[in-house]
Design a protein around this ligand. Structure first.
Ligand code: NAD
Length: 283
């Protein structure tokens, strides 16, 4: 039997419906949840994500404030913009596009952001919150999107063997912590893992964030598994593809997220839900 498709749109729709109700309640109290998007330069990827996030935010009744700085902005001017947004009471969350142009010190910019407004989970405060399991800051949106998908499709993590492929601070490590928080027994695989196919094959839940098309083939997979494919890669033919060989996985596993239409579809809704939460906390 082919695998169940874990469609991101259904998860995003459910998150959006919940948010719309929360936003109405906030508006009744005179608060419009507002995301500030801070972009340096004109990178097409950033502009495309900005358009998507703006559409998603406005679709549920939240507002977006765009702050666009020239690609040659000075470090001081950029830090001042971040501090201004920290102090702006009408702004509840801030998204800063990265990577920044090479002449800028990204770490200093990250550290300047108030974790209470760090809706994209880039500050040390947010990561500490994820690792300590506290309410400080917000988890990186993609990592949270993985567990939102599991929750929506009622895939219980308790006591399950979960493997996360990839150990970046943006996806792999926080996803592993969030799965641990849901009582899974978690193993993180990376480029130095020995005999990765047998480690992954033994898992019941597999989250793949390797950043390499086809990093996980049929050889890694076994019947009954739930596979969350975080990867977004562009083929030579200009098609989007994940990190998992979908054609080899789908006939074997129990459930899998498609690419496109899986994790990426949920990420922006998670981002806006963080803005709504920050707005609630600001009351
Ligand atoms: P990254 O390059 O920072 O990290 C990749 C990690 O995978 C590293 O820890 C590396 O050691 C490990 N790795 C690489 N190849 C491997 C292999 N063959 N076997 C085992 N481990 C391997 O990437 P990232 O920022 O964590 O992103 C991962 C993927 O997720 C990328 O494809 C990225 O485009 C995608 N992504 C998707 C979303 C979304 O919304 N869906 C958001 C962010 C990133």
């Amino acid at each position: 039997m082919p695998a169940t498709l874990l469609k991101g749109k259904d998860v995003a729709d459910a998150l959006n419906a919940k948010m719309s109700a929360d936003i109405e309640a906030l508006k009744a109290k005179g608060v419009v949840p507002t995301l500030a998007i801070l972009r340096v330069g004109e990178r097409p990827d950033d502009i495309s994500y900005e358009k998507g996030a703006t559409k998603r935010a406005e679709g549920v009744g939240a507002a977006v404030k765009n702050v666009i700085l020239p690609a040659d902005v000075s470090q001081d001017a950029l830090l001042q913009s971040v501090r201004d947004l920290n102090g702006d009471k009408s702004v509840h969350g801030v998204l800063i596009f990265r990577p920044l142009p090479k002449h800028l010190d990204e770490d200093a910019v990250r550290r300047a952001l108030d974790p209470a407004k760090d809706v994209d989970g880039i500050t040390d405060g947010s990561l500490a919150g994820v690792f300590a399991g506290t309410e400080q800051g917000y988890p990186p949106c993609t990592a949270q999107a993985c567990v939102e998908i599991l929750d929506y499709y009622k895939i219980d993590c308790k006591g399950k063997r979960a493997v996360v492929v990839g150990r970046s601070l943006v996806v792999g490590k926080p996803a592993a912590m969030l799965l641990t928080g849901k009582n899974a027994t978690v193993t993180i695989c990376h480029t130095r893992t020995v005999d990765m196919p047998s480690v992954v094959k033994n898992a019941e839940i597999v989250v793949v964030a390797a950043g390499k098309a086809g990093a996980v083939t049929g050889e890694y997979l076994s019947p009954g598994q739930t596979v969350i494919d975080v990867g977004i890669n562009m083929t030579d033919e200009g098609k989007l593809t994940g990190d998992v060989r979908f054609d080899e996985a789908e006939p074997v596993v129990a459930a899998i997220t498609p690419v496109p239409g899986g994790v990426g579809t949920v990420t922006t809704s998670v981002l806006i839900s963080h803005v709504v939460d920050a707005a609630k906390k600001s009351l």
